[in-house]
Design a protein around this ligand. Structure first.
Ligand SMILES: [Zn+2]
Ligand SMILES: [Zn+2]
Ligand SMILES: [Zn+2]
Length: 177
């Protein structure tokens, strides 16, 4: 399986980037899946080049990979925030993101129907959006509470999760609801 070449990140705009072994493009850690076998804690090829996620193996290694990732974010925190701020305020990128979002929903009709079924049910009073996350129990504003579908065919079967828990859920299961 995995090779354990010690890769060194390249710093671009103050943020550590890793060169993808396939496309050779330096990318941020977020562009790579976690790898429990590598020293950097990420896979050698980026998500675009290696779209398949490997199933988790040894829990100790998973924990180590997570620690490496957390350390990466801690080291690069300021630069990442700056980068994100720049990224999210660029009008050209804003337009592109909007278009990508639209295309995404067009390409995921099942998800779209499930989502609209939930908002319709809420509007009609058939479904009540709670005020807290069902996972961590944190009181959450309705705007930040996401209806998570484990199965799109069960349209009104949603679990209400706060943003961090929702993100976590998606990282744990290779699923996109
Ligand atoms: Zn790549
Ligand atoms: Zn939560
Ligand atoms: Zn979800």
């Amino acid at each position: 399986m995995g090779q354990s070449i010690k890769r060194k990140p390249t710093v671009i705009d103050g943020v550590e980037h890793w060169v993808c072994s396939k496309c050779k493009i330096p990318k941020m850690a977020v562009c790579f899946y976690k790898a429990t076998y590598s020293h950097s804690g990420i896979r050698s090829s980026c998500k675009a080049c290696a779209p398949k996620r490997l199933p988790p193996t040894d829990p100790i290694k998973i924990k180590r990979a997570k620690q490496l990732r957390n350390a990466y974010y801690a080291r690069n925190r300021d630069a990442l925030i700056k980068y994100q701020r720049k990224f999210y305020s660029d009008p050209d990128l804003k337009r592109k993101r909007k278009k990508a979002k639209r295309t995404y929903w067009e390409n995921n009709p099942k998800k779209r129907f499930a989502k609209s079924a939930v908002s319709n049910a809420i509007r009609k009073g058939q479904l009540v959006k709670p005020d807290r996350c069902s996972e961590c129990n944190a009181i959450t504003s309705t705007g930040n509470l996401c209806g998570h579908h484990a199965d799109y065919s069960k349209r009104l079967d949603v679990e209400w999760l706060c943003r961090p828990c929702h993100g976590k859920r998606h990282r744990e299961y290779d699923h996109d609801a």
